[in-house]
Design a protein around this ligand. Structure first.
Ligand code: AMP
Ligand code: MG
Length: 588
């Protein structure tokens, strides 16, 4: 079945490329191909040709991975097809109304493309054997050169509050949703290309993404996943020789760069801005349709018959967003651009841009040099999360009665408590505490104040604390190999803190020092994607040496395990001198 259906791919592709009015031609075409009982595909309500439902099962119900792209396809009748799409099929920049998506194809690169790296883990999620990366069909698919014929690519219409100001229509200006795949575990994953050309939402942009920002997104998505933080994933990154001009630091110095495409994968790409745009433009019917859709597909434990389902949905997003930001803080991750269009309704980390992992401890750390006021500094992420929840509530307002609105405002008021509770839990784990005592938060807070005063490295201080023995701590002899903790140990209050900490560890009943160290080493990473590491990989990749991108991917897949090659590369060390003043901007 799969073999014969794969032969249909080019036919359906061709049919979908022609305007809907040419459906008659399609019928003639199908007769020529000799389908006596009519073609095995039908036109859907938007004039798209899709396979008959009875024919699509072989495409997704598989038990094993596939060795070839010819045997792999996304279903044509994905649930997203039930959401309204823009009737205008011509691809030009405009204000789009009364729809959730626009149908638009990626623009292939004009030059050759090269595979920079792939995540075997994400290919596995997509049931693809790693051997497919050697196929031309794979390169075409992941670079936007040839989409799967049974799925018409979609660009999503959304808006957003950027730096607290309503920005109006934004949307997928350089991204195309190219399929939704149901894997062998029954999980549904949405595949999106980023950097794949203009859409109706491109505004003044060129629809492209450059290599440096694509490498950062590719690596960080995977790194976050392996740190245990909800995130979109990245399957692959390709680079072309197409020239893309960027003024990286907005100082008038335009530089010729190269266009790249990342294949991103997530359970859903809907954001707060997906709902905001509908409320702002008074499209309340559509707002209800989309909210009901999201609840049904992504919050199945909320009953669709529950009259308070929208309130319940809101409450879940508030909880999960507080959880997400606490998780970010637990690894020093700073998103950089926490606009409502970059905040997922599934509370996963999305849209990696000028992010940064805090190195020297600093609550005012701002990775994005374009963020002059430091709105998105690390220490303000929870506040911004709450701001964004208020914007989500405003977007949902038309769907709630006055009692529900009142309850929703109570939910928002609970955000700080939810956040602090989770923060405390996560940091208790980082310190190796078992159970809970009243002094825990004081011990955590005192230690963070020592870090702040000494500006010690956040990641490595916790890692050193995970590796050092209680005996060494007791004698206040911190060897130089624990370089970050060594810096903290110079603080005059370090002995006081050690005393409190060791007393607290004694209250971990049934514990041993080796168990504590093992537990802490499994929750305090040794490797995070420091900006200098990403930059080093980018500089090499710009010279067509992709080895460090791949090395970093390999390293960051196992962030809690000490790795010889990563140690040799200095990934658990301070930034080297050349990288001390590195900057990242919004330019991408
Ligand atoms: P971002 O800062 O990447 O989250 O993007 C914010 C908005 O700008 C989104 O609507 C993007 O699709 C759009 N955008 C960013 N860069 C480009 C580009 N080069 N071409 C078209 N749209 C873009
Ligand atoms: Mg974005």
């Amino acid at each position: 079945m799969e073999q014969s259906l794969s032969k249909l791919k080019p036919v359906i592709m061709l049919l979908n490329r022609v305007p809907p009015s040419l459906s008659l031609l399609a019928a003639i075409y199908s007769c020529c191909l000799g389908w006596k009982s009519g073609p095995p595909f039908v036109a859907d309500k938007y004039g798209r040709f899709i396979l008959h439902k009875s024919n699509t099962s072989g495409f997704c119900e598989r038990k094993t991975k596939v060795p070839s792209m010819d045997l792999w396809s996304v279903p044509s009748d994905d649930v997203l097809a039930d959401l309204p799409v823009d009737p205008i099929r011509t691809n030009y920049v405009r204000k789009v109304k009364n729809c959730i998506f626009s149908l638009v194809y990626p623009t292939p690169f004009m030059t050759n493309t090269h595979l920079v790296a792939v995540s075997g883990d994400v290919l596995d999620v997509l049931d693809l054997d790693i051997s497919v990366v050697n196929e031309e069909g794979f390169l075409h698919f992941v670079s936007g050169g040839k989409t799967d014929p049974v799925f018409i690519p979609l660009a999503h219409r959304y808006g957003g509050h950027q730096f607290s100001v309503w920005a109006g229509q934004l949307g997928d200006g350089r991204a195309h949703l190219v399929g939704a795949y149901i894997n062998r575990y029954g999980e549904r994953w949405e595949l999106q290309l980023k950097g794949s050309g203009k859409t109706p939402y491109s505004r003044n942009g060129d629809g492209r993404a450059v290599l440096r920002s694509s490498i950062r997104e590719f690596l960080c998505s995977e790194a976050m996943h392996f740190l245990g933080i909800p995130t979109s994933r990245a399957a692959s990154i390709v680079v072309s020789d197409d020239a893309i001009w960027r003024d990286q630091f907005y100082n008038g110095n335009f530089r010729k760069e190269r266009g790249a495409v990342v294949l991103r994968v997530a359970k859903s790409w809907f954001r707060i801005g997906s709902l905001e745009i509908l409320t702002h433009s008074g499209e309340y019917d559509l707002l209800r349709i989309l909210v009901e859709f999201i609840i049904k597909e992504h919050f199945p434990s909320i009953s669709i018959a529950d009259p308070s389902r929208v309130l319940e949905f809101f409450s879940r997003v508030v909880h999960q967003t507080a959880n997400l930001i606490a998780l970010w803080m637990s690894v020093g991750f700073t998103h950089g651009v926490c606009n409502t269009d970059n905040f997922s309704l599934l509370s996963i980390t999305i849209d990696y841009g000028p992010f940064g992992f805090m190195e020297d401890y600093d609550a005012d750390y701002v990775p994005n040099t374009s963020d002059d006021e430091g709105r998105y500094r690390i220490g303000n992420q929870a506040n911004v999360g709450m701001f964004n929840m208020n914007k989500l509530l405003q977007a949902l307002n038309p769907l709630m009665d006055s009692r529900q609105k009142q309850l929703a405002s109570h939910v928002i008021k609970g955000f700080p408590d939810l956040y602090y509770q989770r923060f405390k839990e996560l940091f208790s784990v980082k310190f190796g505490f078992l159970g809970e005592t009243e002094q825990d938060f004081a011990i955590i807070a005192l230690f963070l104040s020592l870090l702040e005063d000494t500006r010690a490295d956040f990641t490595m201080t916790f890692r050193d604390l995970s590796e050092i023995t209680e005996e060494q701590l007791l004698h206040l002899s911190i060897p130089q190999e624990y370089w970050a903790l060594h810096i903290v140990s110079q603080h005059k209050n370090f002995p006081k803190w050690v005393h409190l900490y060791l007393q607290r560890l004694k209250r971990n009943t049934d514990d041993t020092d080796s168990k504590r160290r093992e537990r802490m080493s499994n929750s305090n990473p040794r490797y995070v994607l420091r900006n200098w590491m990403a930059e080093s990989a980018v500089l090499k990749a710009e010279r067509n040496d992709f080895s460090e991108v791949r090395l970093l991917l390999n390293t960051l897949r196992q962030p809690f395990r000490k790795q010889k090659i990563a140690e040799m590369a200095g990934y658990s060390k301070h930034a080297p001198a050349w990288a001390r003043d590195l900057k990242v901007s919004c330019s991408s």
